[in-house]
Write a protein that binds this ligand. Structure first.
Ligand SMILES: Nc1ncnc2c1ncn2[C@@H]1O[C@H](COP(=O)(O)OP(=O)(O)OP(=O)(O)O)[C@@H](O)[C@H]1O
Ligand SMILES: [Mg+2]
Length: 237
């Protein structure tokens, strides 16, 4: 199971957009790679952001009728991380409404506007496994998923470290000039807590409005994104 953390401490750089599109690309790729009667495998998106933007999109919102998850206030990633839900993770996972054209093989774990703000303190107060809670959750679902993509909130927190410690890869969507160096520094430090996290990809989502620079940077970004998405599953690095 490959776990990709889409991470940047800066807000509004395309983390959620990248998460959803990467997940959808994996789900479609897997759907089209197998025969009609074969199981294509599954993708899971984890929404770690209290803004719940990934969850809204995956549950059919924004441009459509949002489907209610039918879950209680703690039956989400916040409740799982704080160990405040009675449900196992497999009962909290929901199937996404998108992408169309896939074989309904993309799932998600919802977030919570109300409960996510308490998570960081709860993790910090647990000196034993506070850094490893997400990794523990991921280990329980390993048999069911080929890819997990994690939408991180902006900022640096215990939650971000949990995410990076639980991941095998980190993808950094960024404004090329502003946020690449600090993100790589943070990701490298988190790597000290995780022998799993061995590499990173950078998606240049936003480029500065400088004529010549923008044209070439946008071109590089498109080539880069294409190469990330089109690599065979076992060669993403
Ligand atoms: N590659 C891109 N080029 C231009 N605009 C983009 C790109 N990716 C995302 N956007 C737009 O930028 C805005 C912010 O994107 P998004 O919500 O994905 O960022 P974010 O990093 O998740 O934000 P936050 O830190 O608040 O969670 C949205 O309006 C989105 O449509
Ligand atoms: Mg976001």
């Amino acid at each position: 199971m490959k776990v990709l953390s889409v991470f940047n401490q800066k807000g509004g750089v395309g983390k959620t957009t990248t998460t959803i599109n990467l997940g959808a690309a994996f789900a479609l790729m897997m759907s089209h790679e197998v025969g009609a009667n074969e199981d294509p495998g599954r993708v899971l998106i984890i929404d770690l952001d209290q803004q719940t933007h990934s969850e809204i999109t995956l549950s059919g919102g924004f441009f459509g009728q949002r489907r209610q998850t039918g879950l209680g206030p703690y039956d989400n990633i916040a409740g799982l991380l704080m160990m405040d839900t009675a449900l196992p993770v497999t009962d909290i996972i929901r199937t996404s409404e998108i992408p169309h054209g896939a074989r309904r093989n993309m799932d998600f774990i919802p977030s919570s506007k109300e409960k996510m703000p308490n998570v960081d303190t709860a993790l910090k107060n647990d000196p034993i496994d506070g850094l490893f809670r997400l990794r523990g959750i991921l280990e329980t679902i390993e048999p069911f998923y080929q890819y997990v993509v994690i939408d991180n909130p902006p900022g640096l927190s215990y939650l971000s470290i949990n995410s990076l410690v639980g991941s095998t890869h980190v993808v950094i969507p960024c404004n090329f000039w502003e946020s690449y160096p600090p993100c790589v520094t943070f990701a490298s430090r988190s790597r000290m807590n995780s022998s799993n996290l061995f590499t990173h990809n950078i998606i240049i989502a936003f480029c500065p409005p400088l004529a010549g620079v923008q044209t070439s940077a946008t071109l590089i970004a498109k080539v880069w994104i294409f190469s990330v998405l089109s690599r065979p599953a076992d060669r993403i690095s």
